[in-house]
Design a protein around this ligand. Structure first.
Ligand SMILES: Nc1ncnc2c1ncn2[C@@H]1O[C@H](COP(=O)(O)OP(=O)(O)OP(=O)(O)O)[C@@H](O)[C@H]1O
Ligand SMILES: [Mg+2]
Length: 247
């Protein structure tokens, strides 16, 4: 069974069609990269996948549960890292995680909070107010809140933006461990190198439409090039981006 299914998913904002009849299946146990230029519809898609935004039409299934009809069941197995961390600035990191654990009724919460703070090297700032955290620290805390209730599926919107190389590497290792343990990862990114080396499959969205999906090898059958080249070609053939010289 697919971990995530998008079925004829559409989202309009007034006359703007932000997501246009998206159909996509993400398999259990895979790392799926969602790529596309600014304004392509990645965040809109992700917000519909996590139940924060209702589709204009179409459906999202998470672990077999319809996110609109069975939101509780679906959300229980989901971890979500938004593009902008949603944290309570007036709490300390530890207080915030305690609060998150209460919501999810996490057992042995002290142990888990300690474990994740240590894993993301946040122990030193655990008792400082979140408002005093750097961007990267907030991003890491946001990852902890997504992982701490032990979800089956992680959905992340540009998780590596603003992380230093060591933190980015660590986050990738943690996501890989998560997948090795049976989890599924879906994330959006602009970092094509990361997508190229890290994902089992990628999907490319341009102007709300999925223009390519597959493993890197499958995408290379179209042209024997780097992901960056494939990406730029797809964008320009969709009428976006700079006109590129033929080589
Ligand atoms: N709340 C909103 N109201 C109106 N239009 C919106 C809203 N949110 C997004 N849009 C529009 O929907 C389209 C898709 O935006 P979205 O944020 O999903 O893109 P994105 O792929 O995440 O871009 P980025 O890479 O810059 O994060 C854009 O045209 C954007 O202007
Ligand atoms: Mg976005």
């Amino acid at each position: 069974m697919a971990a995530i299914k998008l079925i004829d998913l559409v989202r309009k904002y007034g006359d703007t069609v932000a997501v246009d009849r998206l159909n996509l299946e993400v398999n259990k146990g895979e790392i799926f990269g969602f790529l596309g230029p600014n304004g392509a519809g990645k965040t809109t898609t992700i917000k519909m996948m996590t139940g924060l935004l209702s589709p204009t039409s179409g459906r999202v299934e998470v672990g077999g549960f319809d996110i609109v009809r069975n939101p509780m069941e679906a959300k229980k197995i989901l971890g979500y890292v938004p593009d902008v961390p949603m944290l309570f600035e007036k709490l300390t990191g530890r207080e915030f995680l305690d609060f998150v654990c209460e919501i999810w009724r996490v057992e042995k919460k002290e142990e888990k909070i300690e474990y994740w703070l240590r894993t993301f090297e946040l122990l030193e700032v655990a008792d400082a107010l979140i408002e005093s955290y750097s961007h990267g620290m907030k991003q890491k805390l946001s990852m902890v809140q997504a992982l701490i209730h032990e979800p089956q599926i992680l959905i992340l919107d540009e998780p590596f933006t603003g992380l230093d190389p060591l933190s980015a590497k660590k986050s990738k290792d943690i996501l890989q461990e998560f997948v090795a343990g049976g989890g599924t990862v879906f994330f959006s990114t602009h970092i094509l190198d990361v997508a190229e080396r890290f994902c089992d499959r990628v999907g490319i969205i341009v102007r709300g439409r999925l223009v390519a999906v597959g493993t890197l090898e499958e995408l290379r059958e179209v042209s024997d090039r780097t992901l960056e080249d494939i990406f730029l070609r797809l964008i320009s053939s969709a009428g976006l981006g700079e006109k590129r010289e033929e080589s």
